[in-house]
Design a protein around this ligand. Sequence first.
Ligand code: 5GP
Ligand code: ZN
Length: 110
Amino acid sequence: MTCIFCKIIDGSIPSKKIFENHELIAFHDAHPVDKVHFLITPKKHIENLIACSEIDKDIISNMLLLAPKLAKELGLKGFRTMINSGVEGGQEVFHMHFHVYGGGSKLVKI
Ligand code: 5GP
Ligand code: ZN
């Protein structure tokens, strides 16, 4: 197994974990782009949104619903969510994850 995030999920690579249940985990990004920057990822290895299908709809909605809960716990009043999909979408780790970040002052509007 070569997937970094599968190794984080099975504990063989350490991470600063924020949340875990039977389906999802969340942990701080190793290279934060903001004061708070964490990732939410499913335990099931799905490459990205492009590889998702109808059977993954509960996972996707639960990932999104978890974002505001964890952001609030980490003191954020607002946050950004980013999902990179595919090489041309800037994805580097091919295990689907949602970036959640905020808390700093360097908000660049897109
Ligand atoms: P992507 O570009 O695929 O959307 O984002 C991958 C993210 O994973 C990057 O922000 C990167 O900093 C983070 N990352 C890569 N390897 C590790 C790791 O081993 N531990 C943690 N906590 N984050 C990682
Ligand atoms: Zn994986």
